[in-house]
Write a protein of this length. Sequence first.
Length: 308
Amino acid sequence: MNPLRSLILAAAGSDAIRRAVATAPGTRSVVNRFVAGESTADAVEVVRQLAGEGLQASLDYLGEHTTDSSQAERTVQAYLALLDRLHAEGLADRAEVSVKLSAVGQELDEKLSVDNAYRICAAAEQCGTTVTLDMEDHTTTDATLTALADLRRTWPWVGAVLQSYLRRTEADAAALAVPESRVRLCKGAYAEPADVAFEGGHQVDLSYVRCANVLLEGGGYPMFATHDPRLIDVLGERVRWYGRKQGSYEYQMLYGVRPDEQRRLAADGETVRVYVPYGEQWYGYLMRRLAERPANTAFFLRALVSRS
Ligand SMILES: Cc1cc2nc3c(=O)[nH]c(=O)nc-3n(C[C@H](O)[C@H](O)[C@H](O)COP(=O)(O)OP(=O)(O)OC[C@H]3O[C@@H](n4cnc5c(N)ncnc54)[C@H](O)[C@@H]3O)c2cc1C
């Protein structure tokens, strides 16, 4: 892995660095580029803006690796309040929610996290929207796919996430490429060991295309989460090759990343969903976004030392 990326991912776990970053004068401008804000109202406002531009959203209440059941409960409550608000404001058909099992108690008690995910899914169904289970590091893949299967027995629309950097993913894609199955395909955002993950970016991209083929060939609903211009071109070609109509798959990108490309695809008639994180615990998320791209890190460091 690129040493800068390893360094930033290591910083993501450091409390001292988190405090220094959170209190630096220029931090806010960088956070605002990638995070909708800290409150439910901030998140709903961003959904409204995106909807005005013809874009869908998936909202992520930030926070992960909870080892405290009251924090897990606060996360559930935040999602329930958000879903209520989306429904009340007539935006539930524009936005779903993305949930990390580790944020609702997976590390504390697996059953608690699945029960909590059930509560969020039940509320989402009542509000007329859906839920996708984010995928975290490889030590949680089996548990998350088991939870997914469990939730899908009640709600077949619960979305899965697969990461093309994992060697196992092509087989997982084959298992999930079934009718009604919503599957987000991304490259993967965590620092993973070579025995489970491809190391070179090229290998990860090739795996992405193989997995995309598997998903497009199956009867499910693939959700292509990438900003990679080359992959987006290949996906456009693959979609045509499999005879997929617009609306039978979608593209997904992160809030603040390639917004012009998001609008371009939407203007071409594609369904585009923007992943919108919000909440007070933005630090780990921001660090992963910075680790992905040296240019973002430079932008961030400049903002940190600026006085504004
Ligand atoms: C909607 C969505 C949901 C996701 N959910 C998960 C998940 O559940 N689990 C998980 O592990 N990962 C998740 N990810 C993150 C994903 O795994 C990658 O880490 C991330 O998307 C970067 O990969 P990429 O495909 O954009 O390609 P990259 O190879 O990282 O980037 C290709 C090109 O895209 C552009 N680009 C990429 N990132 C940025 C950026 N931050 N700022 C500006 N330009 C950029 C640049 O032009 C870059 O050259 C998600 C990503 C998206 C878009």
